[in-house]
Design a protein around this ligand. Structure first.
Ligand SMILES: NC(=O)c1ccc[n+]([C@@H]2O[C@H](COP(=O)([O-])OP(=O)(O)OC[C@H]3O[C@@H](n4cnc5c(N)ncnc54)[C@H](OP(=O)(O)O)[C@@H]3O)[C@@H](O)[C@H]2O)c1
Length: 318
Protein backbone atom coordinates (compact mmCIF):
# COMPACT_ATOMS: atom_id res chain seq x y z
CA UNK A 1 0.00 0.00 0.00
CA UNK A 2 1.21 3.55 -0.73
CA UNK A 3 1.04 5.39 2.59
CA UNK A 4 1.58 9.13 3.03
CA UNK A 5 2.43 10.29 6.56
CA UNK A 6 2.30 13.97 7.41
CA UNK A 7 4.73 14.69 10.26
CA UNK A 8 6.28 11.22 10.36
CA UNK A 9 9.58 11.78 12.18
CA UNK A 10 8.40 12.72 15.70
CA UNK A 11 7.26 10.58 18.64
CA UNK A 12 4.67 8.60 16.74
CA UNK A 13 6.31 8.56 13.31
CA UNK A 14 9.70 7.44 14.66
CA UNK A 15 8.07 4.12 15.58
CA UNK A 16 5.26 4.00 13.00
CA UNK A 17 7.32 4.48 9.86
CA UNK A 18 9.74 1.55 10.42
CA UNK A 19 6.74 -0.66 11.27
CA UNK A 20 4.98 0.19 8.02
CA UNK A 21 8.16 -0.19 5.97
CA UNK A 22 8.72 -3.62 7.55
CA UNK A 23 5.12 -4.46 6.67
CA UNK A 24 6.05 -4.04 3.00
CA UNK A 25 4.36 -0.69 2.48
CA UNK A 26 5.61 2.09 0.25
CA UNK A 27 5.93 4.95 2.76
CA UNK A 28 6.29 8.66 2.02
CA UNK A 29 6.95 11.05 4.89
CA UNK A 30 6.40 14.80 4.96
CA UNK A 31 8.63 16.72 7.38
CA UNK A 32 10.98 19.70 7.39
CA UNK A 33 14.02 17.52 8.19
CA UNK A 34 14.47 14.04 6.70
CA UNK A 35 15.48 12.17 9.87
CA UNK A 36 13.65 10.41 12.72
CA UNK A 37 14.09 12.03 16.12
CA UNK A 38 13.64 9.00 18.38
CA UNK A 39 14.74 5.90 16.47
CA UNK A 40 17.87 4.98 14.52
CA UNK A 41 17.75 6.33 10.93
CA UNK A 42 19.67 3.26 9.73
CA UNK A 43 16.89 0.87 10.79
CA UNK A 44 13.75 0.83 8.68
CA UNK A 45 14.28 4.32 7.28
CA UNK A 46 16.47 3.86 4.16
CA UNK A 47 13.44 2.84 2.07
CA UNK A 48 11.38 5.91 3.01
CA UNK A 49 10.44 8.48 0.35
CA UNK A 50 10.82 12.03 1.64
CA UNK A 51 8.87 15.18 0.93
CA UNK A 52 10.66 18.06 2.59
CA UNK A 53 8.10 20.76 3.18
CA UNK A 54 6.96 23.19 5.86
CA UNK A 55 3.23 22.67 6.24
CA UNK A 56 2.67 25.82 8.29
CA UNK A 57 4.45 28.02 5.75
CA UNK A 58 2.72 26.38 2.80
CA UNK A 59 -0.70 26.68 4.45
CA UNK A 60 0.03 30.36 5.04
CA UNK A 61 1.09 30.79 1.41
CA UNK A 62 -1.95 28.86 0.13
CA UNK A 63 0.05 26.14 -1.62
CA UNK A 64 -0.37 23.23 0.80
CA UNK A 65 -3.67 21.96 -0.57
CA UNK A 66 -2.33 21.89 -4.14
CA UNK A 67 0.74 19.96 -2.93
CA UNK A 68 -1.52 17.41 -1.23
CA UNK A 69 -3.87 17.19 -4.22
CA UNK A 70 -0.93 16.32 -6.50
CA UNK A 71 0.15 13.33 -4.36
CA UNK A 72 -0.89 9.75 -5.04
CA UNK A 73 -1.57 7.55 -2.02
CA UNK A 74 -3.79 4.70 -0.93
CA UNK A 75 -3.78 5.85 2.68
CA UNK A 76 -2.97 9.15 4.39
CA UNK A 77 -2.02 9.49 8.06
CA UNK A 78 -2.14 13.07 9.32
CA UNK A 79 -0.16 13.34 12.55
CA UNK A 80 0.07 17.13 12.77
CA UNK A 81 -3.37 18.60 12.19
CA UNK A 82 -4.66 20.91 14.91
CA UNK A 83 -7.54 22.93 13.42
CA UNK A 84 -10.79 22.28 11.61
CA UNK A 85 -9.56 24.43 8.71
CA UNK A 86 -6.37 22.42 8.29
CA UNK A 87 -8.38 19.22 8.29
CA UNK A 88 -10.90 20.50 5.72
CA UNK A 89 -8.00 21.19 3.38
CA UNK A 90 -6.96 17.56 3.71
CA UNK A 91 -10.50 16.28 3.13
CA UNK A 92 -10.80 18.40 0.01
CA UNK A 93 -7.40 17.28 -1.29
CA UNK A 94 -8.07 13.56 -0.84
CA UNK A 95 -11.85 12.99 -1.01
CA UNK A 96 -12.80 10.28 -3.50
CA UNK A 97 -9.25 9.17 -4.28
CA UNK A 98 -7.85 7.40 -1.20
CA UNK A 99 -8.91 4.25 0.63
CA UNK A 100 -8.15 5.40 4.15
CA UNK A 101 -7.52 8.65 6.06
CA UNK A 102 -6.29 8.45 9.65
CA UNK A 103 -6.29 11.58 11.79
CA UNK A 104 -4.27 11.78 14.98
CA UNK A 105 -6.43 13.30 17.72
CA UNK A 106 -5.86 13.45 21.48
CA UNK A 107 -7.57 12.25 24.64
CA UNK A 108 -7.76 15.97 25.56
CA UNK A 109 -10.68 16.10 23.09
CA UNK A 110 -12.64 13.98 25.60
CA UNK A 111 -12.34 16.46 28.47
CA UNK A 112 -12.36 15.27 32.10
CA UNK A 113 -14.30 11.99 32.27
CA UNK A 114 -17.48 11.64 34.35
CA UNK A 115 -17.29 7.86 34.31
CA UNK A 116 -14.17 5.74 33.98
CA UNK A 117 -12.81 4.10 32.03
CA UNK A 118 -13.89 6.62 29.39
CA UNK A 119 -15.21 5.00 26.19
CA UNK A 120 -14.94 6.50 22.71
CA UNK A 121 -18.76 6.65 22.55
CA UNK A 122 -18.99 8.83 25.70
CA UNK A 123 -19.84 12.51 25.39
CA UNK A 124 -16.97 14.89 24.50
CA UNK A 125 -16.47 17.81 26.90
CA UNK A 126 -13.10 19.31 25.92
CA UNK A 127 -11.89 22.15 28.14
CA UNK A 128 -9.33 23.99 26.05
CA UNK A 129 -8.88 25.15 22.47
CA UNK A 130 -6.53 22.27 21.61
CA UNK A 131 -9.09 19.65 22.67
CA UNK A 132 -12.02 21.66 21.30
CA UNK A 133 -10.44 21.79 17.83
CA UNK A 134 -9.53 18.09 17.89
CA UNK A 135 -13.08 17.16 18.96
CA UNK A 136 -14.51 19.29 16.15
CA UNK A 137 -12.16 17.66 13.63
CA UNK A 138 -13.29 14.23 14.82
CA UNK A 139 -16.97 15.17 14.58
CA UNK A 140 -16.51 16.49 11.04
CA UNK A 141 -14.59 13.41 9.91
CA UNK A 142 -17.26 11.07 11.30
CA UNK A 143 -19.97 13.14 9.61
CA UNK A 144 -18.12 13.10 6.28
CA UNK A 145 -17.74 9.33 6.59
CA UNK A 146 -21.43 8.85 7.27
CA UNK A 147 -22.67 11.33 4.66
CA UNK A 148 -20.20 10.87 1.80
CA UNK A 149 -18.12 7.81 2.72
CA UNK A 150 -14.90 9.78 3.34
CA UNK A 151 -12.76 6.89 4.71
CA UNK A 152 -11.81 8.38 8.07
CA UNK A 153 -10.48 6.86 11.30
CA UNK A 154 -9.46 8.88 14.36
CA UNK A 155 -6.89 7.75 16.91
CA UNK A 156 -6.71 9.61 20.24
CA UNK A 157 -3.34 9.12 21.95
CA UNK A 158 -2.74 9.41 25.69
CA UNK A 159 0.53 10.81 27.07
CA UNK A 160 3.03 9.63 24.46
CA UNK A 161 6.29 8.27 25.84
CA UNK A 162 9.30 6.40 24.57
CA UNK A 163 12.84 5.48 25.48
CA UNK A 164 14.16 8.92 24.52
CA UNK A 165 10.99 10.85 25.30
CA UNK A 166 10.33 11.13 29.03
CA UNK A 167 6.83 10.20 30.12
CA UNK A 168 4.71 12.65 32.06
CA UNK A 169 6.41 12.19 35.40
CA UNK A 170 4.93 11.02 38.71
CA UNK A 171 4.30 14.67 39.67
CA UNK A 172 2.20 15.19 36.52
CA UNK A 173 4.72 17.35 34.70
CA UNK A 174 7.76 16.98 32.46
CA UNK A 175 10.22 18.86 34.60
CA UNK A 176 13.52 17.13 33.87
CA UNK A 177 14.82 14.31 36.04
CA UNK A 178 14.45 15.99 39.44
CA UNK A 179 11.42 14.05 40.62
CA UNK A 180 13.03 10.73 39.65
CA UNK A 181 16.19 11.66 41.58
CA UNK A 182 14.13 12.57 44.64
CA UNK A 183 12.16 9.32 44.50
CA UNK A 184 15.37 7.33 44.03
CA UNK A 185 17.00 9.02 47.03
CA UNK A 186 13.97 8.92 49.32
CA UNK A 187 13.71 12.71 49.32
CA UNK A 188 10.41 14.55 49.73
CA UNK A 189 8.16 14.73 46.66
CA UNK A 190 5.16 17.04 46.80
CA UNK A 191 1.87 15.98 45.21
CA UNK A 192 -1.33 18.00 44.81
CA UNK A 193 -4.25 17.30 47.18
CA UNK A 194 -4.26 13.54 47.85
CA UNK A 195 -2.29 12.58 44.74
CA UNK A 196 -5.10 10.39 43.44
CA UNK A 197 -5.52 12.14 40.07
CA UNK A 198 -4.60 9.94 37.14
CA UNK A 199 -2.24 9.88 34.17
CA UNK A 200 -2.81 7.70 31.13
CA UNK A 201 0.38 7.04 29.21
CA UNK A 202 1.04 5.17 26.00
CA UNK A 203 4.35 3.98 24.59
CA UNK A 204 4.91 5.41 21.10
CA UNK A 205 5.45 1.92 19.70
CA UNK A 206 2.07 0.77 21.04
CA UNK A 207 0.52 3.80 19.42
CA UNK A 208 2.28 2.85 16.18
CA UNK A 209 0.79 -0.62 16.56
CA UNK A 210 -2.67 0.94 16.82
CA UNK A 211 -2.23 3.08 13.68
CA UNK A 212 -0.95 0.01 11.81
CA UNK A 213 -3.83 -2.14 13.11
CA UNK A 214 -6.34 0.47 11.95
CA UNK A 215 -4.85 0.32 8.44
CA UNK A 216 -4.76 -3.47 8.35
CA UNK A 217 -8.31 -3.76 9.75
CA UNK A 218 -9.67 -1.04 7.49
CA UNK A 219 -13.28 -2.22 7.41
CA UNK A 220 -13.49 -2.30 11.21
CA UNK A 221 -11.83 1.08 11.67
CA UNK A 222 -13.64 3.22 9.08
CA UNK A 223 -15.85 5.87 10.67
CA UNK A 224 -14.53 4.99 14.13
CA UNK A 225 -12.44 6.64 16.86
CA UNK A 226 -10.05 4.75 19.14
CA UNK A 227 -8.19 5.66 22.31
CA UNK A 228 -4.48 4.89 22.05
CA UNK A 229 -3.40 4.30 25.64
CA UNK A 230 -1.78 1.68 27.88
CA UNK A 231 -3.91 -0.96 29.61
CA UNK A 232 -4.33 1.09 32.79
CA UNK A 233 -4.24 4.68 33.91
CA UNK A 234 -2.23 5.28 37.10
CA UNK A 235 -2.61 7.70 39.99
CA UNK A 236 0.22 10.11 40.81
CA UNK A 237 0.73 8.24 44.10
CA UNK A 238 0.86 4.95 42.19
CA UNK A 239 3.50 6.33 39.82
CA UNK A 240 5.59 7.65 42.75
CA UNK A 241 5.33 4.32 44.58
CA UNK A 242 6.39 2.38 41.51
CA UNK A 243 9.43 4.54 40.74
CA UNK A 244 10.55 4.68 44.40
CA UNK A 245 10.17 0.89 44.75
CA UNK A 246 12.41 0.42 41.69
CA UNK A 247 15.16 2.04 43.74
CA UNK A 248 14.31 0.00 46.83
CA UNK A 249 12.58 2.83 48.68
CA UNK A 250 9.16 3.97 49.86
CA UNK A 251 8.14 7.33 48.38
CA UNK A 252 8.46 10.22 50.81
CA UNK A 253 5.26 12.03 49.82
CA UNK A 254 3.94 15.32 51.12
CA UNK A 255 0.53 16.49 49.96
CA UNK A 256 -0.13 20.16 49.32
CA UNK A 257 -3.04 22.32 48.15
CA UNK A 258 -2.95 23.60 44.58
CA UNK A 259 -1.81 27.13 45.43
CA UNK A 260 1.21 25.78 47.33
CA UNK A 261 1.97 23.36 44.48
CA UNK A 262 1.83 26.27 42.03
CA UNK A 263 4.41 28.16 44.09
CA UNK A 264 6.69 25.13 44.42
CA UNK A 265 6.53 24.02 40.78
CA UNK A 266 6.57 27.47 39.20
CA UNK A 267 6.63 27.22 35.41
CA UNK A 268 5.96 23.47 35.58
CA UNK A 269 2.67 23.88 37.49
CA UNK A 270 0.41 24.57 34.46
CA UNK A 271 1.44 21.20 32.99
CA UNK A 272 0.66 19.36 36.22
CA UNK A 273 -2.57 21.31 36.57
CA UNK A 274 -3.61 20.41 33.03
CA UNK A 275 -3.01 16.74 33.74
CA UNK A 276 -4.81 16.62 37.07
CA UNK A 277 -7.80 18.60 35.77
CA UNK A 278 -8.19 16.04 32.98
CA UNK A 279 -7.28 12.98 35.09
CA UNK A 280 -7.67 10.70 32.07
CA UNK A 281 -8.59 7.05 32.33
CA UNK A 282 -9.61 5.55 28.99
CA UNK A 283 -10.88 2.17 27.88
CA UNK A 284 -9.03 0.21 25.20
CA UNK A 285 -11.79 -2.40 24.95
CA UNK A 286 -12.97 -1.13 21.55
CA UNK A 287 -9.49 -1.15 20.02
CA UNK A 288 -8.84 -4.62 21.45
CA UNK A 289 -12.15 -5.96 20.13
CA UNK A 290 -12.21 -4.35 16.67
CA UNK A 291 -8.51 -4.04 15.84
CA UNK A 292 -6.79 -6.66 17.99
CA UNK A 293 -4.83 -3.89 19.77
CA UNK A 294 -2.49 -5.43 22.37
CA UNK A 295 -0.28 -2.76 23.98
CA UNK A 296 3.06 -4.21 25.04
CA UNK A 297 3.88 -1.53 27.60
CA UNK A 298 2.23 -0.73 30.90
CA UNK A 299 2.95 2.66 32.42
CA UNK A 300 5.33 0.88 34.81
CA UNK A 301 7.28 -0.57 31.86
CA UNK A 302 7.40 2.86 30.23
CA UNK A 303 8.99 4.28 33.40
CA UNK A 304 11.50 1.41 33.53
CA UNK A 305 12.55 1.95 29.91
CA UNK A 306 12.99 5.69 30.38
CA UNK A 307 14.83 5.33 33.68
CA UNK A 308 17.23 2.83 32.10
CA UNK A 309 17.91 5.37 29.36
CA UNK A 310 18.44 8.22 31.85
CA UNK A 311 20.82 6.10 33.93
CA UNK A 312 22.72 4.86 30.85
CA UNK A 313 23.17 8.36 29.48
CA UNK A 314 24.12 9.77 32.87
CA UNK A 315 21.24 12.25 32.80
CA UNK A 316 20.05 10.71 36.08
CA UNK A 317 22.57 10.18 38.83
CA UNK A 318 21.51 8.96 42.24
N1 LIG B 1 2.84 14.30 22.54
C1 LIG B 1 1.81 13.78 23.17
O1 LIG B 1 1.91 13.30 24.31
C2 LIG B 1 0.48 13.74 22.47
C3 LIG B 1 -0.64 13.30 23.19
C4 LIG B 1 -1.86 13.21 22.53
C5 LIG B 1 -1.95 13.52 21.20
N2 LIG B 1 -0.86 13.95 20.52
C6 LIG B 1 -0.99 14.26 19.10
O2 LIG B 1 0.08 13.68 18.41
C7 LIG B 1 0.32 14.43 17.24
C8 LIG B 1 1.76 14.82 17.20
O3 LIG B 1 2.52 13.66 17.00
P1 LIG B 1 3.98 13.53 17.58
O4 LIG B 1 3.89 13.61 19.08
O5 LIG B 1 4.58 12.36 16.94
O6 LIG B 1 4.62 14.90 17.05
P2 LIG B 1 6.08 15.46 17.23
O7 LIG B 1 6.95 14.52 17.99
O8 LIG B 1 5.96 16.87 17.71
O9 LIG B 1 6.61 15.45 15.73
C9 LIG B 1 6.06 16.32 14.79
C10 LIG B 1 6.36 15.81 13.41
O10 LIG B 1 5.82 16.72 12.47
C11 LIG B 1 6.89 17.33 11.72
N3 LIG B 1 6.53 18.75 11.60
C12 LIG B 1 6.34 19.63 12.60
N4 LIG B 1 6.02 20.84 12.10
C13 LIG B 1 6.01 20.68 10.76
C14 LIG B 1 5.76 21.58 9.68
N5 LIG B 1 5.45 22.87 9.88
N6 LIG B 1 5.82 21.10 8.43
C15 LIG B 1 6.13 19.81 8.19
N7 LIG B 1 6.38 18.92 9.17
C16 LIG B 1 6.33 19.37 10.44
C17 LIG B 1 8.15 17.08 12.52
O11 LIG B 1 9.31 17.03 11.73
P3 LIG B 1 10.18 18.36 11.44
O12 LIG B 1 10.36 19.08 12.74
O13 LIG B 1 11.45 17.85 10.84
O14 LIG B 1 9.37 19.15 10.45
C18 LIG B 1 7.82 15.69 13.06
O15 LIG B 1 7.93 14.74 12.01
C19 LIG B 1 -0.56 15.66 17.29
O16 LIG B 1 -1.67 15.44 16.47
C20 LIG B 1 -0.95 15.72 18.76
O17 LIG B 1 -2.19 16.36 18.93
C21 LIG B 1 0.36 14.07 21.13
Amino acid sequence: MKILIIGGTGHIGSYLVPRLVSGGHDVTVVARNPSPRYTDPRLGWPLVNWIIADRTAEERDGIWQARMAALEADAVIDLICYTVEQNRTMIEAFAGRIQHFIHCGTIWSYGPPSRVPYRESDVRRPLKEYGIQKAAIEAELIERYRMDGFPATIIHPGHISGRKWLPIDPQGTRNGVDVYRKLARGEVVHLPQFGRETLHHVHADDLAQLFESALVNRAASLGEAFSGVAHFAMSLVGCCEFVAHLFGREPNLVFAPHDEMAQMLGDAWPTTQDHIIHSPCCSIEKAERLLGYRPRYTTEQIYVECLEYLLETGELTI
